[in-house]
Ligand binder design. Structure first.
Ligand SMILES: Nc1ncnc2c1ncn2[C@@H]1O[C@H](COP(=O)(O)OP(=O)(O)OP(=O)(O)O)[C@@H](O)[C@H]1O
Ligand SMILES: [Mg+2]
Length: 541
């Protein structure tokens, strides 16, 4: 138009050029919608898969991992980091795709329009792109730092909010506000640093591209006045150049996004690549069904990974016959709960072996081994959900009669039926709206329902009043018949009648025998028994 003038003769030409333009506009609209749909779908799918993969992996990791990684941090990785990746895959990728197509198209048209000017552009673009890549690296490290700070704040918040009553009881709110505020400011600072880097990068990209365009047009303008190029061609070149430059600008911005996401992806990658400290053996042995529940500790030496020079168990040997009930007693920190941790294969001993039904526990898939164990932990964990859900945690397929019977054996039926909705009563996170003793009885009912050949009770009745304790003891005694049981107890009255009591201290076995035996022999047990039974009497008289 510019070269031929807006003359009447051009009317037919105009229609020839503009009609296809309408078609192109329609195609643009349709393809944009399709691109938007598929790319967003892809982003959502990628993130759903990543979230599942990370969770599936982390839930199988050993306690060792959780000793160093706070759960809040893992949660932040699962939410904040994956959201960042979603933004990139679901929106930046879509933008990048469009711009890549526009850019390539514009570039080809530029070449067709003027090879000389385009070659100039190309030379300058290469000079621009190299520094951009370097900038990208820098942004990636900064982004990782900023995501780490976000994870810190989440970890802190989740820890404190989980213990909000303790915080308030010790009037620690202001300190916690300060701490959290500090963590938030740190993450803000990290974000500012990252943004500054991106701002510099964007400025650089725009300046470089703009200088290059101005320079090229400078030369182009001289070509037109010198008659080496028509004004229409230069206008055409300008139009394509605008598309090209806009595309470059958008791409360099998404490049920054990609680098941010790469920082986040790095962290998730690390998380997924953390190997559990205890992996199932390559060729696991299978335990005989039904298991007999025979256990043997052979000269176990064990220290927790976080305390390499302090042995929690120090040359401990003990064997438990199938169906036998053994009590473990000893001062706090003696290593009693540690024995359970090893039996459950949460940790592996540094030397010695644990045999279950004559098979080394190290040769068995930990999950297969745990199927044979019912545990009442020292601090029972209750999940949000109904009472029945929590009991059924021991055996998900159990019917409601079985659930009820387990609750009765654990002396929990009475309080449960007193609740507004009975077994269907929802309980808050961590069983927050139950008393300590009620939580404990639910945990016992859960273990009863599990019906496993090996029963581990760690201070299972410590939070109960005398009457309920007696009721639970009766239930437990019935349960112990015919299965191997190891009971940890501080209150000797609860284990006094067991034939075999093992006394521990400093990760070693000091003595074992019946109550009468141990009392007559003197030593640690006699002293404990004296404190618990005789002093009580002395006080009473
Ligand atoms: N996860 C852990 N990491 C490092 N050390 C630990 C860990 N758990 C326990 N310990 C240490 O191991 C030793 C034995 O702990 P354990 O829990 O077995 O004692 P316990 O006999 O059950 O005591 P309590 O009667 O108080 O429950 C203690 O000194 C304790 O500090
Ligand atoms: Mg303990």
């Amino acid at each position: 138009m510019i070269d031929h003038g807006f003359s009447r003769a051009m009317a037919a030409q105009i229609d020839r050029y503009f009609l296809p333009l309408i078609a192109i506009a329609g195609a643009l609209a349709i393809f944009t919608a399709i691109r938007f749909y598929f790319v967003t779908w892809l982003g959502e799918r990628v993130i759903a898969d990543i979230r599942k993969a990370v969770f599936n992996h982390v839930i199988g990791l050993t306690p060792e991992f959780f000793e160093v990684t706070r759960t809040g941090e893992v949660l932040s990785r699962l939410t904040a980091d994956t959201t960042l990746i979603q933004t990139v895959v679901g929106s930046s990728a879509s933008v990048a795709m469009r711009n890549l197509v526009m850019l390539t198209g514009a570039f080809i048209m530029l070449f067709i329009t003027s090879t000389k000017l385009t070659s100039l552009v190309l030379a300058i673009v290469i000079v621009v792109v190299l520094p951009l890549i370097l900038f990208g690296r820098w942004i990636r490290t900064l982004s990782r730092k900023s995501q780490d700070r976000i994870a810190d704040t989440s970890a802190r918040a989740s820890e404190v909010l989980n213990a909000v009553q303790t915080v308030q009881a010790f009037t620690h709110e202001d300190e916690e506000r300060l701490q959290f505020g500090g963590a938030i400011e740190n993450s803000f600072d990290a974000a500012v640093l990252r943004t500054r880097a991106r701002a510099v990068m964007t400025a650089f990209a725009i300046a470089a591209v703009a200088f290059c365009i101005v320079g090229v047009f400078w030369i182009g303008a001289h070509d037109v006045t010198g008659g080496r190029m028509s004004p229409g061609l230069l206008m055409q070149f300008a139009l394509y150049a605008v598309i090209f430059v806009t595309g470059m600008g958008a791409l360099s911005e998404t490049w920054g996004d990609v680098q941010r996401a790469a920082g986040a992806a790095e962290r998730l990658h690390e998380l997924i690549n953390t190997k559990p400290a205890i992996a199932p053996p390559a060729n696991p042995l299978t335990l005989a069904e039904p298991a007999r529940g025979q256990i043997e500790f052979q000269d176990i030496v064990f220290h927790y990974p976080s305390r390499p020079d302090q042995a929690a168990l120090n040359g401990l040997s003990m064997s438990v016959r199938p169906g036998e009930a053994v009590a473990l007693v000893g001062p706090s920190g003696a290593g009693k709960s540690t024995i359970f941790q090893l039996l459950l294969r949460f940790y592996a001993p540094q030397s010695g072996a644990i045999l279950f039904d004559g098979i080394d526990a190290a040769d068995v898939d930990p999950a297969a081994l745990r199927k044979h164990i019912a545990l009442v932990a020292q601090d029972p964990v209750i999940f949000s959900g109904t009472i029945a859900d929590n009991i059924r945690y021991g055996r998900p397929e159990a019917n409601s009669t079985a659930v009820r019977r387990a609750a009765e054996a654990a002396a929990a039926a009475e309080f449960i039926e007193g609740l507004p909705m009975g077994y269907g009563t929802p309980i808050g996170e961590r069983g927050i709206n139950l008393s300590g003793g009620q939580r404990q009885r639910l945990a016992i009912a859960r273990a009863i329902l599990r019906d496993a050949p090996l029963l581990l009770l760690d201070e299972a009745t410590s939070a109960l009043d005398a009457e309920n304790e007696r009721l639970v003891q009766t239930g437990l005694t019935n349960l112990m018949a015919g299965r191997t049981t190891i009971v940890i107890a501080h209150r000797l009255a609860t284990i006094q009648r067991l034939k075999r009591i093992v006394v521990m201290d400093h990760g070693r076995i000091l003595a074992e025998g019946s109550h009468a035996d141990l009392v007559s022999r003197g030593g640690l047990y006699a002293r404990l028994a004296d404190l618990q039974f005789n002093e009580a009497k002395a006080l009473a008289s």
